[in-house]
Ligand binder design. Sequence first.
Ligand code: NI
Length: 231
Amino acid sequence: MLRVIRISALLLLALVVGVWGYAWTTRGPDETLGEAFASRLAGIFGQELAVPSAGGGGMQLPGGITLGGAFELTNQEGRAVTDRDFAGRWMLVYFGFTYCPDVCPTELGTIASALDAMGADGEQVTPVLISIDPERDTPAALADYVGRFHPRMQGLTGTPEQVAAVARRYRVYYSKVQRPEMTTYLMDHSSFIYLVGPDGRVRSMFRPETSPEAMASAVTSQLRSGARPAS
Ligand code: NI
């Protein structure tokens, strides 16, 4: 028994050291080591742990970690918006970019299908894409893009500093990738979908490739459990 505990402790230590090292080598220019560690750790648990109470696919955040909060960005009509413009509304938020070849369209399609599957409940939730590629994602480019997924989807962009600030609050990782064989660059980025409550705080995270059905059922149960924070 003691030996089992000792081996488990060693494995846990190895995991923490490994994630720390991974965070150290992959963190973005604006990310502190602590933030990188938290986001890589969330990545691991998001892929391995499904919390059945959240409907399978929803991830409850450990108490004490607050994601979400204030932001200042520009919407697809070119108007300055802040978190206060969304206060009192539920949101499903995804961070991505319009030039993404595959993952972003898939995840945005999942959000749209989940909202449709929720019927009338879905109307309480605003789908939001926040661009992590503000250099190319102008309001006009976003307007054209988000309209392809859902009529109510909001596309938000901003200055590089504004985008970096909101990404930090959501522990989103992103970084420009330019390979010699490519004529243009891509963005490497974390790919969680965040359910944000009426108070602007993240209530659940959905890992990549969550099904629309699982997302719809998890979001519906959060809406029905009221405006109470999850922690
Ligand atoms: Ni993408």
